[in-house]
Design a protein around this ligand. Structure first.
Ligand code: SF4
Length: 69
């Protein structure tokens, strides 16, 4: 049984580098108006777990939270 992996972006911390969007385009999109990243999938699909972890580790602002629910 695999657990559910939840993904979120803290919009207060996010500075809009869009690194997460480049690394995991299936999981993040860029809100041009707010200049912040948005999460496309709050629950990470199994095949996107690696991309989610890569984005999580690469965010310079530690704005991404990734955790088992
Ligand atoms: S990498 Fe981090 S700070 Fe940059 S857009 Fe993504 S969530 Fe925001």
């Amino acid at each position: 049984v695999s657990s559910v992996l939840r993904l979120a972006v803290d919009r207060e911390r996010c500075l809009g580098h869009a690194r997460c969007v480049a690394l995991a385009p299936a999981l993040f999109s860029f809100d041009e108006t707010a200049e912040r990243a948005e999460v496309l999938a709050a629950v990470v699909p199994a095949e996107e777990r690696e991309a989610a972890e890569r984005a999580y580790r690469s965010c310079p602002e530690n704005a991404i939270t990734l955790g088992e629910a």
